[in-house]
Design a protein around this ligand. Structure first.
Ligand SMILES: Cc1cc2nc3c(=O)[nH]c(=O)nc-3n(C[C@H](O)[C@H](O)[C@H](O)COP(=O)(O)O)c2cc1C
Length: 341
């Protein structure tokens, strides 16, 4: 009887202890989350595109990208309203004037000019007086884009070129690899993978990404010393990539998470583009404290406005490798039919 009582009181102590531990942990997590949110908030205010300065060529070009994209959508419509696109056209023209005044021309300044030229050439616009006026204005800008912009025909045949005979062979053979051949992946391959990944969609085609790459031993070890998921294999990673997203591309408060989303999408594309080239990767999280984020920025040349999304270990697989199986959860657990309530 006495032993029962003692056992019960021991359990009581343990349960109370566990409760107080989880309470302390809860308080700790609440406070550190707050510090993290505050850090992100301050960075968004400091580096987000809401800092209105159209003379900043990068910021202006992100804004140009939004209007360019709107006008490209208008050009691609099979059925267009007569007045469709004019508001965007004037917005683009205004920013082009700023480009001319400021004397700095970016990629989307040049793209804007070409898209506007195509817009006023549309059969429904070509004879309008406002198109003629706009044409005269465009002639004042002495820069041109080397790329082709606007809309284009895209047949079912073109579309099917991307269709894989056996998609499972591609998707189900990608595994995170943590030990690689002792061989650096050359710049040509790295650049090719990045170019492939750049086809990733982004909000309004703003492409806010910036990719930092190194194969320098000292730089790699500096960067990896702040990352907490590479301890057992980090020193042998041949190439290291840091994926970032530029906060300047995001203007409104509603977009405060958009850089994580666009950056995350690019990261996945990069992993798949490397996989398509026979090169292995392992994503390395950057779920970090503000303190570590600042320390890393002090150690290397990552721009203040570039938010670190994640890192990627990159390298050639060995002849024989060992990987985690990392089995996927049952499909039913992650899939539902969306229904009205
Ligand atoms: C955003 C992200 C961060 C990750 N961080 C790490 C990391 O720090 N260290 C690590 O060894 N693996 C990391 N991984 C790899 C995951 O553990 C791995 O993708 C997962 O277990 C599924 O395995 P698979 O990639 O082989 O399919 C990360 C993956 C993602 C997507």
């Amino acid at each position: 009887m006495n032993t029962d009582k003692q056992m019960n009181s021991l359990w009581g102590i343990i349960i109370n202890y566990m409760r107080s531990i989880s309470f302390i942990r809860y308080i700790y997590r609440s406070l550190t989350s707050f510090v993290g949110f505050k850090y992100d908030y301050k960075r968004f205010l400091a580096y987000g595109g809401g800092q209105y300065n159209v003379n900043d060529v990068e910021r202006r070009n992100y804004e140009q990208a939004i209007f360019c994209h709107s006008l490209e959508k208008s050009l691609s419509l099979k059925v267009r309203g007569l007045n469709h696109g004019w508001k965007d056209a004037y917005n683009l023209l205004n920013l082009l004037r700023v480009a001319k005044q400021s004397g700095s021309t970016g990629y989307h300044d040049k793209a804007s000019k070409q898209i506007l030229e195509k817009f006023i050439e549309l059969p429904e616009n070509i004879n309008l007086e406002k198109s003629q006026l706009l044409k005269k204005e465009l002639e004042k800008f002495d820069f041109n884009s080397n790329d082709i912009h606007g809309a284009m025909e895209y047949s079912l045949n073109d579309f099917y070129k991307g269709k894989l005979v056996q998609p499972e062979d591609f998707f189900l053979t990608r595994y995170s690899l943590r030990e690689f051949q002792d061989k650096i992946v050359g710049d040509e391959m790295i650049h090719r993978a990045v170019r492939l990944a750049m086809k990733t969609p982004s909000v309004c085609n703003r492409q806010p990404w910036h990719i930092y790459h190194t194969c320098d031993k000292e730089v790699k070890s500096r960067v990896l010393s702040y990352q907490n998921g590479n301890r057992s294999f980090g020193k042998n990673i041949p190439n290291l990539i840091v994926v970032t997203a530029d906060m300047k591309a995001f203007f409104t408060s509603r977009e405060h998470y958009q850089h994580w989303i666009d950056g995350g999408l690019l990261s996945m594309s990069l992993m798949y583009s490397f996989h398509s080239l026979g090169i292995a990767t392992c994503a390395l999280n950057w779920s970090q404290s503000p303190k570590n984020d600042k320390l890393l920025r002090k150690a290397v040349n990552i721009k203040s406005g570039h938010t670190i999304i994640m890192m990627l270990a990159v390298g050639y697989p060995d002849e024989n490798n060992k990987v985690c199986r990392s089995a996927r959860r049952p499909f039913e657990e992650i899939y539902s039919t969306l229904e009205k309530r």
